[in-house]
Design a protein around this ligand. Structure first.
Ligand SMILES: [Fe+2]
Ligand SMILES: [Fe+2]
Length: 183
């Protein structure tokens, strides 16, 4: 493979990675802001409404804290590792990895938008809140699968940096527990 072909391949991969940052991370961040605003307006309006709304908001805060931590690692470490592997040839074929990454970001986005839609039509009924909490548990599962995949592939050498992240077994275990709860 000549110099030009390598350069082109690298450009394509850089472009796809940049897309994840621009298209998904930024839109996700905007959606999250919107959802936090929605939560705040309901919590202010319905202080008496009780624990389910607060529970849903707290669960969301917990999830986005983890998502933001993951995003930070992704943008600062994972993407750099992928680009570096182009030089070292560590991964023979990056396409499946990039495809999974794009698909997982699309999945994250879809479920965040469902949460946003559910909140927009929130009618103060218990059903709505139970659905909302179910959606967030779903998001937790989707997100944990997403981060598990990347942890396995690229975080391993950096595991000691992930002090605030729970161990894999812990995440896996929780994910399985959730799965068995939600049937
Ligand atoms: Fe991401
Ligand atoms: Fe990720």
């Amino acid at each position: 493979m000549g110099m030009n072909a390598t350069k082109t391949k690298q450009n394509i991969i850089e472009e796809r990675i940049r897309n994840v940052v621009l298209q998904f991370h930024r839109t996700l961040a905007a959606d999250i802001e919107e959802i936090l605003g929605q939560f705040d307006s309901y919590v202010i309006r319905d202080t008496s409404e009780g624990s389910l709304l607060i529970e849903a908001k707290n669960l969301f805060l917990y999830l986005i804290q983890r998502l933001q931590f993951h995003t930070l690692l992704e943008e600062n470490i994972v993407f750099a590792v992928i680009l570096k592997s182009l030089e070292t040839g560590e991964y023979k074929n990056l396409t499946p990895m990039l495809e999974s990454m794009e698909l997982e970001h699309q999945e994250d986005r879809k479920i965040i938008q469902r949460i946003m839609g559910r909140l927009a039509s929130y009618q103060k009924e218990n059903n709505d809140l139970e659905d909302l909490i179910k959606l967030m548990h779903r998001f937790q599962i989707v997100f944990e699968e997403h981060s598990h995949f990347e942890d396995e592939l690229v975080f391993k050498p950096y595991r000691n940096l992930c002090l605030e992240e729970p161990s894999h077994d812990e995440v896996r275990h929780r994910s399985l527990v959730k799965r068995s709860i939600s049937g």
